[in-house]
Design a protein around this ligand. Structure first.
Ligand code: ADE
Ligand code: ZN
Length: 321
């Protein structure tokens, strides 16, 4: 069924759209050797015990992304698929440190993504912005260098985010990085409460000035926090299929989706790393629809929430609502 309203996708790691077939295509282009003989053999290993199990493979696979053209090609394929899913606006995450550590400059990454984003706006009418994420399991000094590099890349940047292995890497460590990003005019978001505690969500708000929380399902462990998120209309970017594949919950029906909605939270639906978790935005909406018998009005509410939660211009938001 087509989406009744255009959606904004607000939690999408562009490297998480790297499909197995594309990994093989890029490896052949660069003469790189892979561990598996075929894309199917690789995909058969997409059975993750937890977030770290996924991240290990996610970082390994992105080794085939080397040139500006590779990043443009990756993002072009995503925009085409997102268009089919009914996505009208995307705020895409990228992990520059994962590339600079391999000798690929941040400017190469951002230029490729920006090229694809401009083409997507022209050809598909999809608007977008780039959010550079800090790898929270790397040192603060590395995050500071990353911020300098992305600000100097000469490519428009929408925001700064926080991702990678959560537990043991609290948001407060990156307070100064986020403060500097805010001074440079960047919007701020953070993964918190995916595997980590509700306290990390509070820290993301208080120490980083996060305007949206990515995942945030663990907020429900703290009633006062839930009340605050609702009062301040801080959106949560939920990723249902991700939560199942990373074993945050056993199946989509076990997500506290209705509890979060009934608490008055601005809940949005997103695909996180669709090439790894079994589906793009439309598949995530369908999974919620099936698990919770969502009405058309409830799906429309999710679409409206995604527009409200976006950092799109006022004019673009008016267009999408
Ligand atoms: N990087 C890519 N996907 C992620 C996720 N779901 N959580 C944290 N870091 C990530
Ligand atoms: Zn994520």
């Amino acid at each position: 069924m087509p989406s009744p309203l255009p959606f904004c996708e607000l939690h999408l790691h562009i490297e998480g759209t790297l499909e197995p077939a594309t990994i093989f295509e890029l490896a052949a282009r660069h003469g790189a050797t892979l561990r598996d003989a075929t894309p199917d053999e690789l995909a058969a290993r997409y059975d993750f015990a937890n977030l770290q199990g996924f991240l290990d493979l996610y970082y390994e696979n992105m080794g085939v992304l080397r040139t500006e053209d590779d990043f443009a090609h990756l993002a072009e394929a995503y925009f085409l698929r997102a268009h089919r899913a009914g996505v009208a606006h995307v705020e895409l995450f990228v992990d520059p440190q994962a590339h600079t550590a391999r000798g690929v400059p941040a400017a190469t990454v951002l230029r490729g993504l920006d090229r694809a984003a401009r083409a997507a706006e022209e050809r598909l009418g999809i608007t977008s912005g780039i959010i550079a994420c800090v790898l929270r399991d790397e040192p603060v000094a590395s995050a500071q260098r990353m911020l300098d590099e992305v600000l100097d890349a000469g490519v428009p940047l929408l925001g700064i985010g926080l991702d990678s292995a959560e537990v043991g890497h609290p948001p407060r460590l990156f307070r100064d990085v986020f403060a500097r990003a805010a001074d440079a005019g960047l919007r701020r978001v953070a993964h918190a409460g995916e595997e980590g505690p509700a306290d990390y969500i509070r820290e993301a708000l208080d120490e980083l000035g996060a305007e949206r929380i990515d995942h945030g399902v663990r907020a429900l462990d703290d009633a006062a926090l839930v009340e605050r998120l609702a009062r301040e209309r801080i959106p949560l970017t939920l990723c249902p299929l991700s939560n199942v594949r990373l074993r945050v919950v056993d199946d989509v029906a076990r997500l506290p989706f209705r509890t979060l909605l009934e608490a008055g939270l601005v809940v949005t639906v997103n695909s996180d790393d669709p090439a790894y978790f079994g589906g793009y935005l439309d598949d995530n909406v369908a999974a919620l629809r099936n698990a919770f018998a969502l009405t058309d009005d409830e799906v429309r509410l999710l679409a409206r929430n995604s527009v409200e939660a976006s950092f799109a211009s006022d004019a673009r938001r008016d267009e999408l609502l």
